[in-house]
Structure formats: structure tokens, C-alpha cells
Design a protein around this ligand. Sequence first.
Ligand code: NAI
Length: 695
Amino acid sequence: MTDAIAYERIGEIAVLKAQNPPVNALGFDIREGLLAGIERAEKDGVKAVLIYGDGRTYFAGADITEFGKPPRGIFLPDLCARIEASPLVVVSALHGTALGGGLEVALASHYRIAVPSARVGLPEVLIGVMPGAGGTQRLPRLIGVEASVDVITSGRQVGAKEALALGILDRIEEGEPREIGLAYTQELLDSGATRRPVSEMPAPEAVDFDALYDKVLKKGRGLLAPAVAVRGIQACCELPFDAGMKRERELFMELMDTDQRQGMIHAFFSERAVSKLPELKGIAPRALASIGVIGGGTMGAGIATAALLAGLPVVMLEMSDEAAEAAKGRIAGNLQGALKRGKISEAQFTQLTEEALTLATDYDALSDVDLVIEAVFEEMSVKKVVFGKLDAVCKKGAILASNTSYLDVNEIAACTSRPEDVIGLHFFSPAHVMKLLEIVVADKTALDVVATGFALGQRLKKISVRAGVCDGFIGNRILATYRKAADHMVLDGASPYQIDKALTDFGFAMGPFAVADLAGLDIGWAVRKRKRAEGMDPRDRDSEYMDKVCEAGNFGQKTGKGYYVYEAGKRGGTPNPEVTDLIAAERAAKGITPRAFTDDEIVTRYMAAMVNEAAKVVGEGIARRPLDVDMTLLFGYGFPRYRGGPLKWADMEGLDKVLATIKNGAQEDDYFWEPAPLLEKLVAEGRSFDDLNKE
Ligand code: NAI
């Protein structure tokens, strides 16, 4: 028997205590220990076995360090079968999180008790697979098709109370898992309860699984794992238990072989790695007890909302009392959403809007805050005035941050006497919802200021990515390039609607033109005007058709018309025929004969442009590693998670193939399709972006 499971006999009960900190992951030692424990109990003359976890949780799940390694010891599905087949009454007492394999062991037990704070779930789909140790065969027998489809395809964590109501748990009891488990097991024995294997329970009635499969696939925007898991639940309903287990295994192995699985695993690990910066090791963040926000428009109000929800008092500075009140209205509107979703109570709503939020128009109100985030208009001259004033009033050591989308943070820092305290904190709209935070480190930003940026990100539950200073940092810089690739394709013959459709079919949340309508076409119009005023490179392919749409007062969703026409009360829009006509006119004026594009070609070009710019961003050190770009696109730009991110996608596609597309494009337009030196280097050396992640 391994040390990971301690064996103890208490009267008629054998107690198996898992002691494999920190989370009792179901690695080799635990699996072998459980097997040995069950066998020993059966020879020990006891009537029941109690399984529970020492420390902070029952088995939290599989041992992720075993991922990708050859299997060792007893296989988890066999272990579950062995536990369930025991002639003894097997009880599991749950606390902490019983997820994935952890819940599957609990389901193989005959009875389940938990503490009220316990959570259970089958999150396998979140890493691109599905339950593989009987989860899809046992759970539906306990809770039916509808509830198991919900639990398994969402991968969500289910609280003990709900799990009890669903029938996953038999009982909830306050106390220590050992104590409540022992009392419950004794009670079962005293009442003459017998073994109760879930596999012997009747399977639920089958439903229209083909329709369900399609629905789940659509909801996941092409993510296979949850849809394939539906097939597992189907097998539970239609096949005897053992055949169902076999089918579950086949489906599981099918998923293991997919690129999607690789993409999901990459996302899973990168999400955790992205905020870990070696240079911040041992650097303590500065204290963060209150923040100031300047400008309460779309972004400022969202940032303030996020901070308030994280328990940080906010001073909101606006240009006038009216503007401040309007900002408060926006914040209250955001918080109403949180209230409606049950995230905060009425009392908390009042506390946050009336006590934790202070409105101001005078900079003196910011003299005591620990960090200020500026979110005023995107104009360098306006930002400079703001930072000059902040420099004058903020206390020593206060952090001065800008939410600028594109502007030079070094230039902003230089207009203060304390550039070491200045940093970019680039949130995404809506800031209280979107997970991404780009932490823009300027030349002189102090390390503890960077550490504080990451600490704030963590507090606000964001995925924080370090970015260097350049036009648009990581995300918006890459966006500008792939958006341009899309604009070129429109000029050459593709329609914005075909492009959007091809990209949503690829898995993007939205295509670039629907995104532009959502963000507001006035933003792009302003950028085009600025670039033209600055003097554009004559080789750059400018286009003017959307200027005409804007000149007519159409800015996308907010005005009801843009690339698409939006009707009140209807989701999404329909193609705007005026845009199609304007494009045709511009092509004619430019002497372009439109050609047809296949959806494949659209995706290939769009992705090649994205990867090429991303490689430049990594090569120049704007992003630290390829995975930093991947997480930026995943959490800020609707990139499909199951493809891992653009650079993971490129690795899987083959870097030589992507480079060939870029070089091919260069034959018609070498100004735009200039290969990234890093990409050429990797191809020449036969290495991948992921190799760089591991350096
Ligand atoms: P907005 O126009 O909605 O809000 C700007 C607010 O700043 C207004 O309420 C205005 O009254 C206030 N303001 C302007 N000058 C001020 C001053 N001197 N003192 C105090 N308040 C002042 O703009 P939005 O969209 O919120 O953008 C703000 C900043 O955030 C910009 O730098 C923008 O580039 C950046 N950003 C915008 C994103 C977006 O999707 N809208 C995303 C990420 C960053």
C-alpha cells in the first residue's frame, strides 16, 4: 500500500484517508493506494468502507502532471469499477472540490455525503476531453439526461446544495468529512442499508440525441468535447452499462487525438503561466486600498464597476458635476446587472453606489488614493494635462496608470516627475466583464509598480498579460493587421459578410466587421483620419467607402446601421446593401476587378496576417512569449479557445505553411505581407512557437 492512502479500522468500518497534498490528485500513488485499501478492507472483516480526503479537499481531480505521460498502475475507470463492485458498503465523504476523476470515484461509491461548502463537477470538456471514468455512464443514471447534459457539457462546478437537490449527493452535513462520513456510514449500517451501485440503476429514457449534439456543438462554436460527451450520455441511455463504458472510452480516445484537445490544454496551462513573470519573483506589490478613476465614460465606468465589485473604494473624477452623475449612472447600471444575476445583494448595491463610490471634479480628491487609472479621451494632449495634474496632487508612491488603447506610455510618463510610477493598464470593453488586462510596462516603470498591476489584475479576476510599449501594444496592434488583411480582401472581391461568416465558422465569437459595428465605426474613422493627416505610406491600401457610411451618421450598432442593419428587438444584424454598393463603387474607381475568395482562403489569409504580426510582437519583445499573445487574443478578441491562440494554431498548422501563405501574399503586396523575422528563423531552425514558451 502506498503512503498516499492511510488505512484505519474503526469498528465495522475501514477508513481510507487520502493524504496526497495539496489537492489529493488522483495520481498513481492515490490510485494504487485506493485499490490496496479496498482489497485490505475486504479481507479485514469490516462491513463498510469510508473514503475521504485529508487537508483541503476530497480528490480534486486527475493528476495534471501525468498528462501526456505513459499510463502507470491501475487505470481510473478500472479502479472505479473495482470500488463499485466491492461487496462492502462504500461511502465517500466530500469536502473541497470533487472534480473530474474525483467525482467519478465518488460516483463509484455507493453513498455520498458532503459538507455544505463542497463543490462537484465534471470539467473535462474545459480541457478538450470528456469524463472517461464512468462520468457519462453513472451521472445520468443518478440525475437524468437533462441535468447531466448541463453539468457535463458546461463543465461547471455544482455547489453541494444543488448537487443534493439533483441527486448527486445523498446528504449534506456540517462538520469534518471524517466525522460526518463515519456517522453517516454507521447510520447506514445500523439501518441495514446495502450496497447501491449506480451502474445497476436503470438508465434514463433516451431523447433526440442528434438534435442535442447539434445544439451543443453550435453553442460551443464548434468545440467538439461537449458535443461528443453528449454521445457518451446517449450511450448510457441506449446501451447496457459495460457497453456504455466501452463507448465512453472510444469517444474519450477520439477527443484525445484532436487538435482541439491540444489547443484546450495549451490554453489551460498558458492561462496559468501568463501572469507569472520571473522578474517579479520576490517583488512585493505596493499597498492597494483605494483607487481613483479619471473619466467615467464607457471604460472608466466599467473599470470603476470592476474595482467596486472587488471591494476597492473608488474616487471617480469627471469634468463636471453632470458628467460625474452620468458616470455614476453608468456604474449603477453595470451594478444593476450584477444585482440581477444574484452576484450582489440590494444592500451591497446601495453600499457600493452610495458609500464605496465617491464622485469628484477636483483633483484634490485623488490626493490619498493608492492608484489612479486614467480613462479620458484618447488624445495625447488631454492625457498629458491629466498626468501633469496627477503628478502635482497624488501622494508619493501612488501609481499613475493610463487605460490608453494605442498611445505611447513613455511619452505620458515623461510629463510627470515620477515616470517610475507610471504604467499602462489597458482594460477591454466592457471592462467589468472582459477578462483581459494588458499591463503595459514603460521604459522606466518600477518593478513593484508592475507587480501591483498584476496584483490588481488578480484582485479583479482578470487574465493579466505583460505588454511593451508600441502602437496598440499586443492586442490592438495585431488586430490592426488582421483587420487590414480583411479590408484588403474586401477591396479585392470578398464581401464583409462572407468574411465574417468564414471566421465565425472557424470559431471566432464575431467576425471583424460585426466587431467594428459593435465597437463603433467612429473609432476606426477617427484613426483613418489621423493616419491620413500624419501622411500615409503611398503603398498602404487605403479605402474610403466606410467614411461615407460614417459621414451619413451611421456608426454601427449604436446608431442602428453600419456594415449591418440592426432592427430594434432583434439579435444581430442583416447585411447593409448600401455598404455593398459603396464597395463596388470603390473597386470600380480603383480599377480593381473583383475576384472570388473561398472561405478557406479567407481564413488562411486572415490567420497568416495575425500570426505574422504576432511573431513581430514576440520578436520585438512587446510580448514576452508566444503564449502571451495567445492569451491576449483568447481573452480580449474572441479567438476560439479550442484553437489555443494564433501562435498555437500556427504551430499545429505548420509554420512553413503559414510562412508560405505570407510569402505568397507578398508577391501581390509586399508592403503588407512582410514576413516576420522570428517566423522565418523558426522555420529555418525547424522549431515551433511552443519551443519558445518552454525556454
Ligand atoms: P468615453 O468617451 O466613453 O469616455 C471618456 C470620458 O472621459 C468622458 O466621460 C469624459 O467626460 C471624460 N473626460 C474627458 N476628459 C476628461 C478630463 N480631462 N478629466 C476628467 N474626465 C474627462 O471614452 P472611452 O471609450 O471610455 O475611452 C476612454 C479611454 O479608454 C481612451 O483612452 C480609450 O482609448 C481607452 N479604451 C477604450 C476602449 C473602448 O472599447 N472604448 C477599450 C480600451 C481602452
